[in-house]
Design a protein around this ligand. Structure first.
Ligand code: CAO
Length: 423
Protein backbone atom coordinates (compact mmCIF):
# COMPACT_ATOMS: atom_id res chain seq x y z
CA UNK A 1 0.00 0.00 0.00
CA UNK A 2 1.41 3.42 -0.90
CA UNK A 3 2.00 5.95 1.86
CA UNK A 4 0.28 9.34 1.65
CA UNK A 5 3.52 11.40 1.75
CA UNK A 6 5.74 8.88 -0.02
CA UNK A 7 7.26 11.35 -2.52
CA UNK A 8 7.91 14.14 0.00
CA UNK A 9 11.45 14.61 1.30
CA UNK A 10 11.98 16.47 4.56
CA UNK A 11 15.19 18.15 5.68
CA UNK A 12 14.82 17.71 9.42
CA UNK A 13 16.98 20.08 11.47
CA UNK A 14 14.85 19.61 14.60
CA UNK A 15 15.90 18.67 18.10
CA UNK A 16 14.42 18.00 21.55
CA UNK A 17 10.63 17.58 21.29
CA UNK A 18 8.51 20.14 19.45
CA UNK A 19 10.16 19.83 16.03
CA UNK A 20 10.79 16.07 16.22
CA UNK A 21 7.09 15.50 17.02
CA UNK A 22 6.21 17.17 13.72
CA UNK A 23 8.77 15.33 11.62
CA UNK A 24 7.90 11.98 13.22
CA UNK A 25 4.28 12.49 12.25
CA UNK A 26 5.26 13.29 8.65
CA UNK A 27 7.52 10.23 8.61
CA UNK A 28 4.63 8.06 9.84
CA UNK A 29 2.63 9.32 6.86
CA UNK A 30 5.43 8.11 4.59
CA UNK A 31 7.68 11.15 4.03
CA UNK A 32 11.43 10.52 3.71
CA UNK A 33 12.66 12.39 6.79
CA UNK A 34 16.40 13.11 6.81
CA UNK A 35 17.42 14.11 10.32
CA UNK A 36 20.57 16.26 10.30
CA UNK A 37 22.62 15.96 13.49
CA UNK A 38 25.91 17.34 14.70
CA UNK A 39 28.77 14.80 14.24
CA UNK A 40 29.58 12.98 17.48
CA UNK A 41 26.81 14.69 19.46
CA UNK A 42 23.50 14.42 17.67
CA UNK A 43 20.18 15.49 19.07
CA UNK A 44 20.82 16.29 22.73
CA UNK A 45 17.97 14.00 23.80
CA UNK A 46 19.91 10.92 22.66
CA UNK A 47 21.90 11.21 25.87
CA UNK A 48 19.27 12.69 28.22
CA UNK A 49 17.29 10.72 30.84
CA UNK A 50 18.99 7.51 29.79
CA UNK A 51 17.68 4.27 31.31
CA UNK A 52 20.47 2.11 29.80
CA UNK A 53 24.08 3.37 29.69
CA UNK A 54 25.42 4.41 26.26
CA UNK A 55 22.16 3.56 24.49
CA UNK A 56 19.89 6.17 22.85
CA UNK A 57 17.36 7.26 25.46
CA UNK A 58 13.66 6.52 25.24
CA UNK A 59 13.24 10.30 25.10
CA UNK A 60 14.99 10.20 21.70
CA UNK A 61 13.68 6.88 20.40
CA UNK A 62 10.04 7.82 21.06
CA UNK A 63 10.32 11.07 19.06
CA UNK A 64 12.38 9.96 16.09
CA UNK A 65 10.78 6.84 14.67
CA UNK A 66 10.78 6.20 10.91
CA UNK A 67 13.55 8.79 10.22
CA UNK A 68 17.00 8.54 8.64
CA UNK A 69 19.96 10.15 10.40
CA UNK A 70 22.87 11.95 8.76
CA UNK A 71 25.66 13.64 10.68
CA UNK A 72 26.70 16.96 9.20
CA UNK A 73 28.58 19.95 10.57
CA UNK A 74 26.89 22.85 8.83
CA UNK A 75 29.51 25.24 10.14
CA UNK A 76 32.29 23.84 7.90
CA UNK A 77 32.66 24.78 4.22
CA UNK A 78 32.10 21.25 3.00
CA UNK A 79 29.20 20.84 5.45
CA UNK A 80 27.59 24.01 4.13
CA UNK A 81 27.96 22.80 0.52
CA UNK A 82 26.31 19.48 1.39
CA UNK A 83 23.59 21.31 3.29
CA UNK A 84 22.94 23.55 0.26
CA UNK A 85 22.56 20.44 -1.91
CA UNK A 86 20.09 19.00 0.59
CA UNK A 87 18.05 22.23 0.47
CA UNK A 88 17.99 21.92 -3.32
CA UNK A 89 16.61 18.39 -3.26
CA UNK A 90 14.17 18.50 -0.32
CA UNK A 91 10.56 19.71 -0.30
CA UNK A 92 10.39 20.92 3.27
CA UNK A 93 12.95 22.11 5.78
CA UNK A 94 12.01 22.10 9.47
CA UNK A 95 13.93 23.52 12.42
CA UNK A 96 13.33 24.53 16.02
CA UNK A 97 16.66 26.09 16.98
CA UNK A 98 16.88 29.08 19.26
CA UNK A 99 15.99 32.32 17.40
CA UNK A 100 18.75 33.33 14.98
CA UNK A 101 20.66 30.03 14.96
CA UNK A 102 19.92 29.22 11.33
CA UNK A 103 20.86 32.77 10.23
CA UNK A 104 24.16 32.30 12.05
CA UNK A 105 24.72 29.16 9.97
CA UNK A 106 24.27 31.38 6.90
CA UNK A 107 20.84 30.11 5.85
CA UNK A 108 18.07 32.65 6.32
CA UNK A 109 14.71 32.48 4.53
CA UNK A 110 15.92 34.67 1.67
CA UNK A 111 18.94 32.42 1.06
CA UNK A 112 16.81 29.26 1.26
CA UNK A 113 14.41 30.67 -1.36
CA UNK A 114 17.33 31.50 -3.64
CA UNK A 115 18.55 27.91 -3.41
CA UNK A 116 15.11 26.34 -3.82
CA UNK A 117 12.02 28.48 -4.50
CA UNK A 118 9.77 25.45 -3.99
CA UNK A 119 11.09 24.91 -0.46
CA UNK A 120 8.67 25.11 2.44
CA UNK A 121 10.59 26.37 5.45
CA UNK A 122 8.88 25.59 8.75
CA UNK A 123 9.99 26.51 12.22
CA UNK A 124 8.95 26.43 15.85
CA UNK A 125 9.96 29.23 18.21
CA UNK A 126 8.89 29.95 21.77
CA UNK A 127 7.23 33.25 20.91
CA UNK A 128 6.03 35.10 17.84
CA UNK A 129 7.22 38.63 17.03
CA UNK A 130 7.12 40.83 20.13
CA UNK A 131 8.94 41.45 23.39
CA UNK A 132 10.07 37.83 23.88
CA UNK A 133 10.89 36.86 20.29
CA UNK A 134 14.56 36.21 21.02
CA UNK A 135 14.00 33.95 24.04
CA UNK A 136 14.73 30.25 24.30
CA UNK A 137 11.73 28.24 25.41
CA UNK A 138 11.04 24.76 26.78
CA UNK A 139 7.71 23.01 27.33
CA UNK A 140 6.87 24.33 30.77
CA UNK A 141 7.84 27.89 29.86
CA UNK A 142 5.26 27.68 27.06
CA UNK A 143 2.66 26.27 29.46
CA UNK A 144 3.31 29.19 31.80
CA UNK A 145 3.31 31.91 29.16
CA UNK A 146 0.41 30.48 27.14
CA UNK A 147 -2.20 30.60 29.93
CA UNK A 148 -2.26 26.93 30.88
CA UNK A 149 -0.41 27.12 34.20
CA UNK A 150 -2.39 30.08 35.59
CA UNK A 151 -5.64 28.18 35.03
CA UNK A 152 -4.48 24.73 36.18
CA UNK A 153 -4.38 23.56 39.80
CA UNK A 154 -6.54 24.33 42.80
CA UNK A 155 -7.81 27.76 43.79
CA UNK A 156 -5.73 27.93 46.96
CA UNK A 157 -2.53 26.54 45.44
CA UNK A 158 0.22 27.71 43.05
CA UNK A 159 -0.01 27.48 39.25
CA UNK A 160 0.49 23.92 38.00
CA UNK A 161 2.03 22.56 34.80
CA UNK A 162 0.43 19.55 33.14
CA UNK A 163 2.02 16.28 32.05
CA UNK A 164 0.61 16.52 28.53
CA UNK A 165 3.25 18.18 26.36
CA UNK A 166 0.92 20.80 24.97
CA UNK A 167 3.68 23.31 24.24
CA UNK A 168 6.02 20.93 22.47
CA UNK A 169 3.90 18.20 20.93
CA UNK A 170 0.94 20.55 20.58
CA UNK A 171 3.02 23.01 18.56
CA UNK A 172 4.59 20.18 16.55
CA UNK A 173 1.09 19.17 15.46
CA UNK A 174 0.27 22.73 14.43
CA UNK A 175 3.48 22.85 12.43
CA UNK A 176 2.65 19.60 10.63
CA UNK A 177 -0.71 20.99 9.60
CA UNK A 178 0.92 24.22 8.40
CA UNK A 179 3.37 22.21 6.30
CA UNK A 180 0.72 20.03 4.71
CA UNK A 181 -1.32 23.16 3.93
CA UNK A 182 1.73 24.83 2.36
CA UNK A 183 2.42 21.69 0.29
CA UNK A 184 -1.17 21.79 -0.96
CA UNK A 185 -0.75 25.49 -1.79
CA UNK A 186 2.49 24.72 -3.64
CA UNK A 187 0.57 22.33 -5.88
CA UNK A 188 -1.33 25.38 -7.17
CA UNK A 189 1.36 28.08 -7.14
CA UNK A 190 4.58 26.13 -7.62
CA UNK A 191 6.10 28.16 -4.81
CA UNK A 192 7.18 27.31 -1.29
CA UNK A 193 6.45 29.46 1.73
CA UNK A 194 7.41 30.08 5.33
CA UNK A 195 5.47 28.33 8.12
CA UNK A 196 5.97 29.62 11.65
CA UNK A 197 4.45 28.32 14.86
CA UNK A 198 5.06 29.85 18.27
CA UNK A 199 4.68 27.66 21.35
CA UNK A 200 2.94 30.43 23.31
CA UNK A 201 0.35 30.74 20.51
CA UNK A 202 -0.19 26.98 20.43
CA UNK A 203 -0.77 26.74 24.19
CA UNK A 204 -3.09 29.76 24.23
CA UNK A 205 -5.04 28.25 21.34
CA UNK A 206 -5.53 25.07 23.40
CA UNK A 207 -6.62 27.26 26.35
CA UNK A 208 -9.35 29.07 24.41
CA UNK A 209 -12.03 28.06 26.94
CA UNK A 210 -10.11 30.06 29.54
CA UNK A 211 -9.90 33.10 27.27
CA UNK A 212 -13.66 32.64 26.89
CA UNK A 213 -14.02 32.64 30.69
CA UNK A 214 -11.87 35.76 31.04
CA UNK A 215 -14.45 37.62 28.97
CA UNK A 216 -17.42 36.02 30.77
CA UNK A 217 -15.99 37.29 34.08
CA UNK A 218 -16.81 40.86 33.05
CA UNK A 219 -20.49 39.90 33.18
CA UNK A 220 -20.55 38.11 36.53
CA UNK A 221 -19.03 35.18 38.38
CA UNK A 222 -18.26 31.89 36.64
CA UNK A 223 -21.02 29.77 38.07
CA UNK A 224 -19.57 26.39 37.16
CA UNK A 225 -16.26 27.07 38.96
CA UNK A 226 -15.66 25.71 42.49
CA UNK A 227 -15.16 29.33 43.64
CA UNK A 228 -18.78 30.24 42.83
CA UNK A 229 -20.49 29.16 46.07
CA UNK A 230 -17.80 30.99 48.07
CA UNK A 231 -17.84 34.13 45.91
CA UNK A 232 -14.06 34.28 45.72
CA UNK A 233 -13.50 35.77 42.27
CA UNK A 234 -10.98 38.43 41.19
CA UNK A 235 -10.78 39.94 37.73
CA UNK A 236 -8.69 36.99 36.48
CA UNK A 237 -9.76 33.46 35.53
CA UNK A 238 -9.07 31.31 38.59
CA UNK A 239 -7.69 27.78 38.77
CA UNK A 240 -10.60 25.39 38.36
CA UNK A 241 -9.33 22.28 40.13
CA UNK A 242 -11.15 19.29 38.69
CA UNK A 243 -14.07 21.30 37.36
CA UNK A 244 -14.94 20.70 33.73
CA UNK A 245 -14.06 23.42 31.23
CA UNK A 246 -17.27 22.67 29.33
CA UNK A 247 -20.92 23.40 30.01
CA UNK A 248 -21.57 20.22 32.03
CA UNK A 249 -20.18 19.85 35.54
CA UNK A 250 -17.71 17.07 36.19
CA UNK A 251 -15.37 15.96 38.95
CA UNK A 252 -12.86 13.35 40.03
CA UNK A 253 -14.36 10.89 42.50
CA UNK A 254 -12.68 8.23 44.60
CA UNK A 255 -13.28 4.56 43.77
CA UNK A 256 -12.59 1.25 45.48
CA UNK A 257 -9.15 -0.21 44.88
CA UNK A 258 -8.78 -2.20 41.66
CA UNK A 259 -6.31 -5.03 41.17
CA UNK A 260 -4.62 -7.46 43.50
CA UNK A 261 -2.11 -5.18 45.24
CA UNK A 262 -3.01 -2.55 47.81
CA UNK A 263 -2.18 0.96 46.74
CA UNK A 264 0.46 3.08 48.37
CA UNK A 265 -2.07 4.53 50.84
CA UNK A 266 -3.15 1.24 52.37
CA UNK A 267 -6.03 -0.18 50.39
CA UNK A 268 -6.38 2.90 48.17
CA UNK A 269 -4.12 3.30 45.13
CA UNK A 270 -2.92 6.61 43.69
CA UNK A 271 -5.12 6.19 40.64
CA UNK A 272 -8.23 4.61 42.14
CA UNK A 273 -10.40 7.42 40.82
CA UNK A 274 -12.85 8.12 38.02
CA UNK A 275 -14.07 11.31 36.38
CA UNK A 276 -17.86 11.66 36.28
CA UNK A 277 -19.92 14.22 34.38
CA UNK A 278 -23.51 15.18 35.25
CA UNK A 279 -25.45 15.94 32.08
CA UNK A 280 -28.97 17.29 32.77
CA UNK A 281 -30.46 13.97 31.64
CA UNK A 282 -27.92 12.08 33.73
CA UNK A 283 -29.23 13.37 37.06
CA UNK A 284 -32.14 10.90 37.26
CA UNK A 285 -30.14 7.72 36.50
CA UNK A 286 -27.28 8.91 38.72
CA UNK A 287 -29.59 9.48 41.67
CA UNK A 288 -31.18 6.07 41.11
CA UNK A 289 -27.74 4.45 41.09
CA UNK A 290 -26.60 6.20 44.27
CA UNK A 291 -29.94 5.46 45.99
CA UNK A 292 -31.22 9.06 46.28
CA UNK A 293 -34.40 8.90 44.20
CA UNK A 294 -35.80 11.58 46.55
CA UNK A 295 -33.54 14.21 44.88
CA UNK A 296 -34.67 13.49 41.32
CA UNK A 297 -37.62 15.88 41.44
CA UNK A 298 -36.67 17.96 44.49
CA UNK A 299 -36.61 21.57 43.19
CA UNK A 300 -33.52 22.26 45.32
CA UNK A 301 -31.61 19.64 43.28
CA UNK A 302 -33.55 18.80 40.15
CA UNK A 303 -32.18 21.40 37.68
CA UNK A 304 -28.61 22.20 36.58
CA UNK A 305 -29.11 25.79 37.84
CA UNK A 306 -30.25 24.62 41.29
CA UNK A 307 -27.21 22.35 41.55
CA UNK A 308 -24.64 25.05 40.72
CA UNK A 309 -24.30 26.14 44.37
CA UNK A 310 -23.97 22.56 45.61
CA UNK A 311 -21.79 20.76 43.08
CA UNK A 312 -19.49 19.61 45.88
CA UNK A 313 -22.48 17.94 47.56
CA UNK A 314 -23.60 16.38 44.27
CA UNK A 315 -20.21 14.78 43.69
CA UNK A 316 -19.98 13.74 47.36
CA UNK A 317 -23.22 11.81 46.89
CA UNK A 318 -21.84 10.18 43.75
CA UNK A 319 -18.56 9.39 45.50
CA UNK A 320 -20.49 7.68 48.28
CA UNK A 321 -21.41 5.12 45.63
CA UNK A 322 -18.20 5.06 43.52
CA UNK A 323 -16.12 4.26 46.60
CA UNK A 324 -17.92 0.89 46.71
CA UNK A 325 -16.89 -0.02 43.11
CA UNK A 326 -13.56 -0.03 41.34
CA UNK A 327 -13.03 2.50 38.53
CA UNK A 328 -13.66 -0.07 35.79
CA UNK A 329 -16.96 -1.12 37.38
CA UNK A 330 -17.90 2.55 37.67
CA UNK A 331 -17.16 2.98 33.96
CA UNK A 332 -19.23 -0.07 33.05
CA UNK A 333 -22.25 0.71 35.20
CA UNK A 334 -22.43 4.42 34.39
CA UNK A 335 -22.01 3.78 30.67
CA UNK A 336 -24.98 1.40 30.76
CA UNK A 337 -26.92 4.55 31.64
CA UNK A 338 -25.10 6.74 29.09
CA UNK A 339 -23.45 8.78 31.81
CA UNK A 340 -20.12 10.17 30.52
CA UNK A 341 -17.25 9.09 32.76
CA UNK A 342 -13.75 7.69 32.59
CA UNK A 343 -11.39 5.79 34.86
CA UNK A 344 -8.15 7.59 35.79
CA UNK A 345 -5.70 5.36 33.90
CA UNK A 346 -2.09 5.20 34.98
CA UNK A 347 0.80 5.01 32.50
CA UNK A 348 1.26 1.39 33.63
CA UNK A 349 -2.34 0.56 32.76
CA UNK A 350 -2.10 2.34 29.41
CA UNK A 351 1.14 0.56 28.53
CA UNK A 352 -0.54 -2.79 29.20
CA UNK A 353 -3.91 -2.01 27.56
CA UNK A 354 -4.47 -4.59 24.77
CA UNK A 355 -6.91 -2.45 22.75
CA UNK A 356 -4.29 0.33 22.35
CA UNK A 357 -1.77 -2.22 21.07
CA UNK A 358 -4.36 -3.52 18.63
CA UNK A 359 -5.02 -0.07 17.12
CA UNK A 360 -1.31 0.77 16.91
CA UNK A 361 -1.63 3.66 19.35
CA UNK A 362 0.99 1.95 21.51
CA UNK A 363 3.57 -0.08 19.59
CA UNK A 364 6.48 -2.34 20.48
CA UNK A 365 9.55 -2.04 18.24
CA UNK A 366 12.99 -3.62 18.28
CA UNK A 367 16.22 -1.61 18.50
CA UNK A 368 19.68 -3.01 17.75
CA UNK A 369 21.17 -1.54 20.94
CA UNK A 370 18.32 -1.33 23.43
CA UNK A 371 16.20 -4.32 22.35
CA UNK A 372 12.43 -4.10 22.48
CA UNK A 373 10.74 -0.93 23.71
CA UNK A 374 7.32 0.61 23.71
CA UNK A 375 6.59 3.75 21.77
CA UNK A 376 3.57 5.75 20.77
CA UNK A 377 2.11 5.04 17.34
CA UNK A 378 0.32 7.41 15.02
CA UNK A 379 -2.83 8.74 16.72
CA UNK A 380 -4.19 9.67 13.26
CA UNK A 381 -5.44 6.64 11.33
CA UNK A 382 -5.72 6.77 7.53
CA UNK A 383 -7.56 3.89 5.82
CA UNK A 384 -5.37 3.87 2.68
CA UNK A 385 -2.07 4.91 4.23
CA UNK A 386 -1.57 2.89 7.39
CA UNK A 387 1.41 3.67 9.63
CA UNK A 388 4.16 1.11 10.21
CA UNK A 389 6.20 2.34 13.14
CA UNK A 390 9.93 1.72 12.70
CA UNK A 391 12.66 2.21 15.30
CA UNK A 392 14.61 5.47 15.54
CA UNK A 393 17.95 5.65 13.67
CA UNK A 394 21.36 5.41 15.30
CA UNK A 395 23.44 8.58 15.11
CA UNK A 396 24.62 8.96 11.50
CA UNK A 397 23.28 5.53 10.54
CA UNK A 398 22.32 6.74 7.06
CA UNK A 399 25.04 9.33 6.42
CA UNK A 400 26.72 7.50 3.54
CA UNK A 401 23.56 6.36 1.76
CA UNK A 402 22.09 9.89 1.92
CA UNK A 403 25.31 11.50 0.69
CA UNK A 404 25.47 9.01 -2.16
CA UNK A 405 21.82 8.73 -3.19
CA UNK A 406 20.37 12.15 -2.28
CA UNK A 407 23.34 14.53 -2.44
CA UNK A 408 25.12 12.64 -5.25
CA UNK A 409 28.63 12.48 -3.73
CA UNK A 410 31.20 9.94 -4.92
CA UNK A 411 32.94 7.56 -2.48
CA UNK A 412 36.06 9.76 -2.64
CA UNK A 413 34.05 12.92 -1.86
CA UNK A 414 32.44 11.18 1.10
CA UNK A 415 35.89 10.12 2.33
CA UNK A 416 37.16 13.72 2.01
CA UNK A 417 34.13 15.12 3.83
CA UNK A 418 34.75 12.67 6.67
CA UNK A 419 38.43 13.59 6.88
CA UNK A 420 37.55 17.29 7.02
CA UNK A 421 35.13 16.68 9.93
CA UNK A 422 32.11 17.80 7.88
CA UNK A 423 30.17 14.57 8.49
N1 CAO B 1 26.07 21.64 12.69
C1 CAO B 1 26.62 22.72 13.30
N2 CAO B 1 26.00 23.39 14.29
C2 CAO B 1 24.79 22.93 14.68
C3 CAO B 1 24.17 21.83 14.08
C4 CAO B 1 24.87 21.18 13.03
N3 CAO B 1 24.36 20.11 12.41
N4 CAO B 1 22.97 21.64 14.68
C5 CAO B 1 22.86 22.57 15.62
N5 CAO B 1 23.94 23.37 15.63
C6 CAO B 1 24.21 24.53 16.48
C7 CAO B 1 23.28 25.67 16.21
O1 CAO B 1 23.67 26.36 15.07
C8 CAO B 1 23.40 26.48 17.50
O2 CAO B 1 24.61 27.20 17.45
P1 CAO B 1 24.74 28.79 17.68
O3 CAO B 1 24.02 29.11 18.97
O4 CAO B 1 26.22 29.00 17.75
O5 CAO B 1 24.11 29.48 16.54
C9 CAO B 1 23.61 25.39 18.54
O6 CAO B 1 23.95 24.19 17.82
C10 CAO B 1 22.47 25.00 19.44
O7 CAO B 1 21.25 25.52 19.10
P2 CAO B 1 20.16 26.00 20.18
O8 CAO B 1 20.55 27.34 20.72
O9 CAO B 1 18.86 25.91 19.49
O10 CAO B 1 20.24 24.88 21.35
P3 CAO B 1 20.05 25.02 22.94
O11 CAO B 1 20.24 23.64 23.43
O12 CAO B 1 20.88 26.07 23.54
O13 CAO B 1 18.53 25.46 23.11
C11 CAO B 1 16.12 25.24 22.93
C12 CAO B 1 17.47 24.54 23.05
C13 CAO B 1 15.06 24.19 22.73
C14 CAO B 1 15.83 26.05 24.20
C15 CAO B 1 16.16 26.20 21.70
O14 CAO B 1 16.55 25.50 20.58
C16 CAO B 1 14.81 26.88 21.42
O15 CAO B 1 14.40 27.81 22.11
N6 CAO B 1 14.14 26.42 20.35
C17 CAO B 1 12.89 27.02 19.91
C18 CAO B 1 11.76 26.64 20.78
C19 CAO B 1 11.57 25.14 20.87
O16 CAO B 1 11.41 24.44 19.91
N7 CAO B 1 11.53 24.66 22.09
C20 CAO B 1 11.11 23.28 22.33
C21 CAO B 1 12.15 22.46 22.85
S1 CAO B 1 11.48 21.01 23.50
O17 CAO B 1 11.05 21.42 25.04
Amino acid sequence: MTKALEDIRILDMTHVQSGPTCTQLLAWFGADVIKVERPGIGDITRGQLRDIPDVDSLYFTMLNANKRSITLNTKTDKGRAIFTKLIETCDVMIENFAPGALDRMGFNWQRIQEINPRMIYASVKGFGPGPYENCKVYENVAQCTGGSASTTGFGDGPPVVTGAQIGDTGTGLNLALGIITALYHREKTGKGQRVECAMQDGVLNLCRVKLRDQQRLAHGPLKEYPQFPHGTFTDEVPRAGHASGGGQPGHVVKCAHSGPHPGEHGAHGANDYAYVIIQPQGWEPLMKIVGREDLIDDPEWATPEARLTKLDDCFALIEGWTITKDKFEVMEILNEHEIPCGPILSMKELAEEPSLRKTGTVVEVDHPERGKYLTVGNPIKLSDSPTDVERSPLLGEHTEEILRDVVGLSDQEIKDAREEGAI
